[in-house]
Design a protein around this ligand. Structure first.
Ligand code: BGC
Length: 423
């Protein structure tokens, strides 16, 4: 799809354009993790188990080859604590070598590795001894981070400590409620973060773990750029609900953004919006297009999330978009969504937001925490042969990356200002 030259927003040299994955969702057979145990327990309620996933544990060179051939210059992936420390106190040197090869492999292909240390899954032993609520959870996580510096070496700049700590705190609360109700685990695909209050103790523990890890990593190598990535829910107040929306967003999102004010960067992850009325969250508007996760098709979320994040963390903290995308089986809608999301991002950058990169979720169709049905990938994966097939969206986005521009703020065409600054 050609973008007319007038509608181009040129990117600064070094701007990162790429895609993201996580270990559990793509590698397969993450058998020492807490989620594997949950998926495979007798009477489990998740519709599907991760199983072999996309077999990226073995096929990561092919994944990286494709990303680099498509024109991207960055790849965000996570390393799996449960593989690196499969038993309490036992480090797997083979796992370290594996991930080290991935870091080197990314660099060899011209891909900037953006490495996440924790993407939702923990070692089973860590969860069984109390998870984030164990007294020494921050120290345990920081110890793992110290081990991980063997993987990062001097080849990684961007390190994310914990992916979406706000979702981790919410899922904890959701699971606790489900176990009180005698119900399921809350791990299904239609997870609605508006229905629970995040667990305050888990929130505090995650912030402690993040801070401890930032200092361990900076001690090891002051050149590491350390941050974390936050799920931006784009809470939009209905008239009169400004205070309700502010309070709703504070515990679910802003507290985690505040904790990043002295970090090297902050990761923005945005997919859709949530409208908040005086009595609480509203459902998706009648007649709105929805995606395979049931979320409203709302690409404007990205620009708005960037503006909101910038306002909370301050202009001095650079932003990386570490996730943005859409679960759809119609790849034309993926392109339409991404084109509009990027136009919103360009508008925010034009307004002065210091954005250093855009990493699409996801590089591959993968395990969406309970089901393979919601396909977020730029690249399709055959579940039996694991053959990878880039979709038209992958070629389209890769061409933007190669040519170094974003679609410009087309939003002005309908009379809206190019930038909407959320208060
Ligand atoms: C997570 C990903 C997930 C994606 C789509 C984010 O919450 O970091 O693991 O697959 O959103 O739901």
């Amino acid at each position: 799809m050609a973008v007319p030259p007038a509608a181009r927003y040129p990117l600064a040299p070094g701007f990162l354009m790429g895609a993201s994955t996580s270990a559990h969702q793509t590698e397969g057979n993450n058998i020492s993790s807490d989620l594997w145990a949950l998926e495979n327990r007798p009477g489990g309620v998740l519709p599907e188990r991760s199983g072999d996933a996309a077999d990226s544990f073995h096929r990561w060179p092919e994944d990286m080859d494709l990303l680099s051939e498509l024109g991207f210059n960055a790849y965000r992936f996570s390393i799996e604590w449960a593989r690196i420390e499969p038993e309490d106190g036992r480090v797997s040197h083979a796992a370290i070598a594996h991930y080290r090869a991935m870091v080197v492999g990314a660099r060899e292909r011209g891909l900037e590795p953006v490495v996440t240390l924790h993407h939702f899954t923990s070692p089973r032993w860590f969860s069984e001894r109390g998870g984030w609520l164990a007294e020494d959870s921050a120290e345990r996580f920081a110890t793992y981070a110290r081990t991980a510096t063997e993987i990062l070496g001097d080849d990684v700049r961007y390190v994310a400590t914990i992916n979406e700590p706000n979702m981790v705190a919410l899922v904890h609360a959701l699971r606790r409620r489900a176990s009180h109700d005698g119900g399921g685990t809350g791990g299904g695909v239609a997870f609605d973060p508006s229905t629970v209050e995040p667990d305050e103790q888990v929130t505090a523990a995650l912030i402690r773990a993040h801070r401890a890890t930032v200092s361990v990593l900076k001690d090891a190598n002051p050149d590491y750029l350390v941050g974390w990535t936050v799920a931006n829910q784009v809470y939009q107040p209905e008239p009169g609900a400004e205070e309700v929306a502010r309070a709703h967003g504070m515990s679910r999102e802003d507290v985690f953004l505040h904790a990043a004010r002295d970090n090297d960067w902050i990761g923005v992850q945005a997919y859709t919006r949530h409208r908040i009325a005086v009595n609480g969250p509203l459902p998706v508007p009648d007649g709105a297009e929805t995606t395979l996760t049931g979320w409203e098709f709302y690409p404007q979320a990205l620009g708005q999330a960037v503006q909101h994040t910038r306002q909370i963390v301050g202009q001095h903290v650079p932003i990386l978009v570490t996730e943005n995308g859409i679960a759809t089986s119609d790849d034309e809608r993926r392109i339409a969504y991404t084109e509009q999301a990027l136009a919103g991002l360009a508008a925010a950058m034009h307004d002065g937001a210091d954005v250093r990169g855009y990493l699409h979720w996801s590089a591959l169709d993968n395990y969406e925490w309970g089901s393979y049905r919601p396909t977020f990938g730029l690249i399709a994966v055959d579940p039996r042969t694991f053959a990878r097939t880039p979709k038209p969206s992958a070629h389209w986005l890769g061409a933007l990356a190669r040519d170094g521009y974003l679609p410009a703020p087309a939003v002005t065409a309908n009379g809206n200002p190019p930038v909407r600054t959320l208060v």
